[in-house]
Design a protein around this ligand. Structure first.
Ligand code: HEM
Length: 468
């Protein structure tokens, strides 16, 4: 090794560090106002804060520590030194970001990933396309329409209960001990029931997943969603985001699975759309109303309504993408919420007992139980359920303590000043007395920490982490 080579290998890291330091402390500090506010130190040159902020097993403690040290408007590091982000635990700031959806959009990176899986439905669309889809879908989600879906939710609940009862009866008993415990994977079964409900409520389709797991559309969705939430290789995810054409040209095993599932979904859900179209047009011709009450039928009816200008209608592809979106956005969220609620109740038997008596007080007196109720009676039962104070509190408290959507991210599409209700800390730890805003430059990411708010002791009190 020559002296020159030794010198270069010694100098290179020093020069790199000087460049990094100048970039970090002089250049970024000059142009990025986010650089001026308080936030945790970066643990290494190209390290970031994404893991502690996004990993639910540690994030509540991390948020608590951040608020104590840096206030409620916190600067965190994204993928590199150029990526300063705002993590806000200030209620006024969050309201500002979520209300101004034309300024704060979902980042194109997450939208691209979602779109590659389920197409561009309401979860990933932005701007005019999102507005058009929302407008057509909104009537389907009215409270009157949702109420008509209640009998089917009850029916599926009963079906699941019967299935569990039969499993208990049929379970082989060790040593003829009739009290031997039986384990039921509640999460798995509730997920099957949730698919059934969303299939019927969403697009009048019977997956029959409580009965068995053989329906091809059910298997396609299940497999596709499992692939999407499994921890894939980070390099592959990056390629899917930044070089999607390379990913499609050289698909790996996961991508081939997704493509196979998408083919099934396109074929089966595509047929559903065509059938619904035919029914709507037959109904128009004969003058008899089309009675489909599922979200797809209602969405398609609203899409052909005569008072809707042609430019505001959505295409068959948009409709298919939104069927996928209902499945994707509605299945895990609902089934995980229900599973956690059952667990929390099991851990709090006193509340479980009180809830049980509240529910029994309105249980139908007839011998046939829920199955023998007319639709009208079921609907009035729904009204009673909707007005049960403890049930309402249990649902809200469970969603608060274990929110199925941990957090969300938005990106500023223009420079903006975000108002705050709490003082903002400076980079040096001092408090900006009287300052009640944070300036974010165009392109900055803003983290909306749903779980951070839900578990915030400053808002809920010292017992914020318990189920109360
Ligand atoms: C416990 C159940 C649920 C929870 C906690 C939940 C939570 C959420 C949250 C937090 C968002 C906003 C995400 C963001 O902006 O980053 C969202 C959006 C959405 N959810 Fe749900 N959700 C649930 C059930 C459902 C169900 C059952 C459906 C449909 C059948 C559904 C359809 C949607 C759609 C379409 C969007 C996008 C709305 C838009 O951007 O206009 N969700 N949900």
């Amino acid at each position: 090794m020559t002296i020159g080579t030794i010198l270069i290998s010694l100098l290179a890291p020093i020069i790199a560090y000087i460049f990094y330091w100048v970039y970090e402390n002089l250049i970024t500090a000059q142009w990025n106002p986010l650089h001026q506010i308080g936030g945790p130190p970066v643990p290494g040159w190209f390290k970031n804060h994404l893991y502690p902020v996004l990993e639910p097993s540690i994030s509540p403690k991390v948020y608590e520590m951040f608020v104590k040290k840096y206030g409620r408007s916190i600067r965190i590091r994204g993928v590199g030194p150029w990526d300063e982000r705002l993590l806000t635990l200030d209620p006024i700031s969050v309201a500002h970001v979520l209300k101004n959806s034309t300024i704060y959009e979902k980042p194109w990176q997450s939208r691209r990933l979602i779109t590659s899986l389920i197409g561009c439905g309401m979860l990933s669309a932005e701007g005019q396309i999102h507005r058009r889809q929302r407008r057509v879908a909104t009537p389907a989600f009215s409270i009157q329409n949702l109420r008509t879906l209640v009998p089917l939710v009850f029916r599926k609940g009963s079906e699941l209960k019967d299935r569990w009862m039969n499993m208990i009866i049929d379970a082989p008993k060790a040593d003829n001990d009739s009290n031997a415990p039986l384990s039921i994977d509640v999460c798995h079964w509730v997920s099957r029931a949730t698919f059934d409900v969303i299939g019927l409520a969403g697009f009048g389709y019977e997956f029959n997943a409580i009965k068995d797991e053989t329906n091809e559309l059910f298997c396609a969705y299940k497999e596709m969603f499992e692939v999407s939430i499994s921890q894939g290789k980070i390099t592959r995810t990056m390629m899917n985001i930044y070089l999607p054409f390379v990913s499609s040209l050289f698909p790996d095993k996961s991508m081939r699975t997704v493509q196979r599932c998408q083919q099934v979904i396109h074929r089966v859900a595509g047929q559903l759309i065509q059938e619904n179209k035919r029914k709507i047009s037959d109904a128009e011709k004969t003058g008899s109303p089309f009675l489909g009450r599922d979200l797809l039928s209602l969405l398609m009816k609203s899409n052909v309504a005569t008072d809707l200008p042609a430019k505001d209608r959505i295409s068959d592809e948009d409709i298919l993408n939104n069927i996928n979106t209902f499945m994707f956005a509605g299945s895990d969220t609902s089934s995980l919420t229900l599973t956690w609620t059952l667990l929390l109740l099991a851990e709090n038997p006193d509340i479980q007992m009180r809830l049980r008596s509240e529910l029994l007080s309105i249980a139908p007196a007839s011998a046939g139980g829920l199955e023998s109720l007319t639709e009208e009676e079921t609907r009035s039962l729904y009204d009673s359920i909707a007005n049960m104070p403890l049930l309402n509190n249990v649902c809200r408290e469970s969603l608060r303590l274990v929110p199925p959507v941990h957090s969300s991210i938005r990106v500023a599409t223009q420079d903006d000043v975000i108002p705050t209700s709490y003082p903002v800390h400076k980079r040096n730890g001092m408090v900006h007395e009287g300052r009640r805003s944070v300036t974010v430059p165009k392109g900055s990411f803003v983290h909306v920490a749903v779980e951070g708010f839900n578990l915030d002791k400053g808002i809920w009190g010292e017992d914020a982490w318990s189920f109360k």
